[in-house]
Design a binder for this molecule. Structure first.
Ligand SMILES: [Zn+2]
Length: 229
């Protein structure tokens, strides 16, 4: 079962290696605002929703600062482990939301207790996937690349299915950092979602043309609460 990944320490280590690769790619590319070099400036995060026994407390989020005077901007690369500022790991936000919306609901309930996700939090995630996610810059750009329209009322399960993932079948080797294959559907999906780990992709467009950053609760109470969990 795909849900086994939520408590699989090897899979978490594999995602950590993927994040290290993304960070190195970003470091090599340098500052996006000037020609400055990037210096490592990681910061601590205390994520929930994973195998507590193996997640160091806290874990470090890869991040960099430009070394040029007058710029000094921070660059935080995309990540497969984190989904924006959410406290919970991206794998939990994705897989528990998928399970909750389909026949795997009882499995989701059992896992909520294991990884410490309340029903209330799960409801917030569902609202985020169905009300906020479809309005993000990321989704507005990405949805056009599907051959046929994705059912937004059934997110995130509808994109999970499009990536060819099957909840009941976990490909061999996915939990092994050495054997894990980047082409397996859930890894591809986490990679596809990884721009959401960077704030600019979370900005939302609303019909009247305004844009709102859903990570600021004072500007948008509902979405802000969700961004925090
Ligand atoms: Zn710079």
């Amino acid at each position: 079962m795909y849900s086994d990944l939520l408590v699989d320490s090897k899979f978490f280590r594999f995602l950590t290696v993927c994040d290290a690769d993304l960070a190195e790619e970003a470091r090599r590319a340098g500052c996006r605002h000037c020609a400055g070099r990037l210096h490592r400036s990681n910061y601590p995060r205390k994520p929930r929703g994973g195998p507590e026994a193996i997640i160091p407390d806290p874990i470090l989020r890869d991040s960099f600062c430009c070394d040029r005077d007058g710029c000094r901007r921070r660059l935080t690369p995309e990540s497969l482990r984190f989904l924006g500022r959410r406290v919970y790991l991206g794998t939990a936000v994705l897989l528990l939301s998928v399970l909750e919306s389909g026949p795997g609901r009882s499995k989701a309930r059992a896992l909520e207790a294991t990884v410490g996700v309340s029903v209330r939090t799960l409801r917030r995630w569902r609202r985020w996937w169905q009300s906020i996610f479809p309005r993000t810059r990321f989704w507005i750009a990405a949805r056009a690349r599907f051959r046929s329209p994705v059912e937004e009322g059934n997110l995130p399960r509808s994109v999970f299915d499009r990536f060819g993932a099957n909840l009941d079948h976990l490909p061999d080797g996915i939990g092994d950092p050495l054997a894990a294959d980047l082409s397996t559907p859930v890894v591809q999906l986490l990679r596809w979602l990884s721009p959401l780990s960077v704030a600019s992709s979370l900005w939302c467009q609303f019909p009247e043309g305004r844009e709102i950053d859903p990570s600021f609760p004072q500007r948008m109470p509902d979405a802000g609460t969700e961004a925090a969990s």
